[in-house]
Write a protein that binds this ligand. Sequence first.
Ligand code: G3D
Ligand code: MG
Length: 186
Amino acid sequence: MTEKLFIFKIVLIGDGAVGKTSIRMQYMGYGFNTSHLMTLGADFSTIDKEIIPNEKWKFQIWDLAGQQMFEQVRARFYKGAQGALLVFDITRPSSFQNLPMWLNELYKFNGSGVVPVVVLANKSDLRDRKSVKFKQVQKYVTELNLRTQRYGVINYCLETSAKTGLNIDRAFEILGRSIRDKSNQK
Ligand code: G3D
Ligand code: MG
């Protein structure tokens, strides 16, 4: 039985210090393979996963290194992205407020418009300092889904912690499934 290969290009986006690189590193575990593309101002890793029998999923994960980048560089970072992990920090409401800005940038530059995202309410281990309720996040995603369903796109949200590892595997699995289901519709 031959394995079916899926290659997913995904981007990790969100404000600085919300935990994007930590999430990528946590997902990579040990056998990781990373290269630093300094000229692009982005880090890139690939990881192979076997989540569904007879399927091999190859994730190409792009993670913005710097905050201030020229638009042309950002455009190259996003180009071809089939989905995104849209990350904010539950202790920093401004990082939640900025999600629509990141989403617009993704849609604008990836080359195919509306693509699936999983919103990650990260640093969920910092319960005492929590200031964005998960209910607000669910509301945001429900409203987003009303706008994206006509494109066959369903978005999700999860509470994560790059520190404890909570829901990190799940985040990638859900995004992979969304991209896979979207491409199967064509
Ligand atoms: P970024 O890539 O989005 O800029 P980083 O964010 O992954 O560099 O993380 C920024 C800081 O937040 C780091 O702390 C990192 O350890 C911390 N962090 C990331 N994810 C979590 C999390 O889930 N829980 C907690 N408690 N901290 C997290 P430092 O102190 O190194 O700047
Ligand atoms: Mg980073």
